[in-house]
Every structure is written in C-alpha cells, then in structure tokens.
Write a protein that binds this ligand. Structure first.
Ligand code: SF4
Length: 417
C-alpha cells in the first residue's frame, strides 16, 4: 500500500504516480462531502502513526467543528528519533502519496493551506518534495481551483533547523511561526488554537499517506487489516544486528519475533539476540523473552513497552548496553530545549553518571543515584523528551542491571563493543 511502486524507476515523478492509479482517490474524495470523508476515516479506525496513536477522525472532527477560519493542516516530517527512518522512504520515493493524502485531509477539515514541516537533516527530501509539489500545482491538484472543482488547497515545505524537539507538535508550531522551537503548554490544544492561534491538525507523514488507500478501498475494508483495535498497514523500520535491515510494510500487530526472524532474516552472523528497542530510542527496551509482543499501540504496553514510531533497534550480544544507554542520554541532553529544570539539568546529570560507569570509574552508589534522579524526573517535565530520558534509565536498569553492576565491580566493560 504505502510502499507500492517505490521500486519503479522515477517513482517520485507525478506521471509514474498517476500511471499507477495515483490521484484517483482525490477525484473520489472531491465528489464527497467533507463529513463523509471524516466518517470513512472513522470507519477505518486509523490511528496516528507519529507515536501517540490518537484516533485520526476524532482529531479531525475537533478541528472541523471549530468555527474559526482559516484552518491549517501540518504534516510532521521532523523524523528525528534515533533509529527512525520510515517516513523518509515516503518523502523521497513516493512524495505524491503524501501530497494526495494532504489534499484529501485538507478538504475534509476545511483547511485551505498546509505545510510539511521537514527535519533539517533531510535536504534531499526537501528537493524531491519541492519538485513534486510544483508538479502537483502544474497538474491542478493543488491551487485555487483544484481540477476545476472550485476547491482550494495550497501546500509548501517548511524546512526546520535540525532540532529534535521540533517533532513535538507545539514546538513544531512555534518553529513554523518563526519562534524558538520550544513546547507550549496544553491546553489549548492545536486542534483549536494551533498555528497563528487557528484550528490546526498535525499528522505525521505515514498517517497522511494512508488516506488515498482508505478512500480507494473504503474505511470498512481498511479496518479489516491489522488488529481490530489498531487497523491498517504499518511501516516498521529495522536497524542494528539483523541480516536484512530496512523498512518493512506489514499489518499492524505483527510480532517483533516475526519482524526480526522472518522478515529481517534473523540475527546477523548467526549471533544471539540480547535486546530490542521496539519503537525508537525513547521506548522501553525489551529483553529477548518479550519479543512475542504484537507491534501495535494497544498490545505493546502489556509487554512493558510502546509502539512509538515503529523503529526497531536490534542488538546482539556484542553490544554494551551501558554504552547504548549513555549515548541515548548524550543525545537527549544535547536535544533538551532547556525550558524546564528537571529535563535540562537531569539529562546532564544522568549522562555524566553513565559516562563514569562506562569509563570504569563508577561507584556502588551510582545505580541508586541513576534510579533516584530519573524517578524524580518522571511526571515533572514539560514535554515527553525529559520523561523519555528518565524512562530509558529505568528500563535499562530494570532489565539489564547485572551489566551495570559488572561495569562498576570490574571497572571495565566485559562485553566486546
Ligand atoms: S522536557 Fe526537556 S525538551 Fe521538553 S520542554 Fe522540558 S526542557 Fe524542553
């Protein structure tokens, strides 16, 4: 569905996309009333693929019902979570799928203007998107009078400066408005007071790219794919020690075991699985006995983790998990926007303690200190970044405490890195 045609030569070109049936769902959508499109999405059961898994139709209906005008549609293409590269394949190989999805969504919401907020590290994606948008304007899929149907939608790319926090929806809004990308307090929620205080829907690239397919087969048929609670196809991007890393489109709810051992060919060089981070670096790490979990929003919490972005990071026994934990904290300390003290200071303290354990200078008190600082951060930070950092510590120690103790007792790493 989402990865259909990506292996075709010039798959980003509008003619290649149209020849494979592209933009026919938009034609269908323009014959419907906006409320009928929202109803179809409601029937599909589509949940946002950015990590939170919020029902898309519900978010849309809040914005559609708000009488303020204009309304905006923002596509969150700030794909900055370490291990996550699933949206990039759509942006670069199938940009018209996203554009078609955005025009359909904009029409359903009553938004006549949309922005794709693209992460600053994706200049190639920016150039491909800009070319695709220009083609869509030339073919009258975008503009003031779409296909002569008296409907309007304008779209452009907003290129970010490369700050991880701008993937958080209110920081993204601040950045689009030209301010420093820091999260806003909620409520008010963006659906009622988002960009320039107008009703704003923010959906991720993968989410919006599902729209043409939902319109093509109908919400009812779509809801039969995946699991009843979390329907649809899902892009899982797998990196680390597997035979065949890459992006896999599979039904929502495929187990981690099937992803790793069937689709990715198992552990590289016949190695032994040590740990999996299932949904991007801030989702709780899992030991090998938990890999029978179905990868969907509803099942993962039952196994002590989260689906997140669906970015699976697989590690074999050669990996030092203290080092992985330290590197994750180093990243989050660097990306902390500094707005709130528990995150600004806490990520730095945690990183320093991990660094000394990793370097063989840790003391017996350090594990308790890590747990104490991180539990004091939980629930006290302004946005999920600080809590994500704290949860990394808690989960690494919960499942792999002996490895931390070994570093402290032996004053070195016993694992080959
Ligand atoms: S939790 Fe961190 S990133 Fe989020 S607002 Fe606070 S300082 Fe900024």
């Amino acid at each position: 569905m989402l990865l259909k045609n990506i292996d075709n030569p010039d798959s980003a070109d509008i003619n290649v996309y149209k020849n494979s049936g592209g933009y026919s769902s938009l034609l269908k959508a323009l014959e419907l009333q906006p409320k009928d499109i929202i109803e179809e999405v409601q029937k599909s059961g589509l949940k946002g693929r950015g990590g939170a898994g919020f029902p898309v139709a519900m978010k849309w209906s809040f914005a559609a019902a708000d009488p303020k005008f204009p309304k905006y549609l923002l596509c969150n293409a700030d794909e900055g979570e370490p291990g996550t590269f699933k949206d990039k394949i759509i942006l670069e190989k199938n940009p018209h799928l996203l554009i078609e999805g955005m025009i359909i969504s904009g029409y359903a919401l009553g938004a006549e203007c949309g922005y794709i907020y693209l992460r600053g590290e994706y200049p190639k994606s920016r150039d491909i998107l800009n070319k695709a948008i220009a083609q869509a304007y030339d073919d009258k899929f975008l503009g003031n009078n779409i296909l002569g149907k008296n409907k309007k939608f304008h779209l452009s790319v907003h290129f970010g400066a490369g700050a991880y926090i701008c993937g958080e929806e209110t920081a993204l809004i601040e950045s689009i408005e030209g301010d420093r990308g820091q999260p806003r307090i909620k409520p008010p929620f963006p659906v009622n007071a988002g960009v320039w205080a107008k009703p704003t829907v923010i959906n991720n690239v993968e989410t919006l790219s599902n729209l043409p397919y939902i319109l093509e087969i109908g919400g009812e048929a779509y809801s039969k794919i995946g699991t009843p609670e979390c329907p649809g196809p899902k892009l899982y991007c797998v990196s680390g020690h597997v035979q065949k890393p890459g992006v896999y489109e599979l039904p929502m709810g495929t187990t981690l075991r099937e992803i790793i051992f069937t689709h990715c060919g198992g552990i590289k060089d016949n190695g032994k699985l040590k740990a999996v981070i299932p949904g991007g670096i801030t989702t709780p790490i899992l030991p090998p006995d938990k890999i029978d979990c179905p990868m969907d929003f509803a099942s993962m919490p039952k196994y002590g983790s989260m689906l997140g972005s669906g970015a699976v990071i697989v590690m074999d026994e050669t990996v030092c998990l203290v080092k992985v934990c330290w590197r994750a904290l180093k990243f989050l300390e660097h990306e902390s926007c500094g707005k709130c003290t528990p995150c600004r200071e806490g990520t730095g303290w945690l990183r320093k303690i991990l660094e000394r354990i990793e370097n063989g200078n840790g003391s017996q008190e350090d594990i308790g200190l890590l747990l104490s600082i991180s539990s004091n951060m939980m629930g006290k930070t302004f946005c999920p970044l600080g809590e994500g950092a704290a949860s990394i510590i808690q989960n690494f120690i919960k499942h792999f405490r002996p490895e931390f103790e070994d570093h402290i007792n032996k004053k070195k790493c016993s694992v080959r890195i």
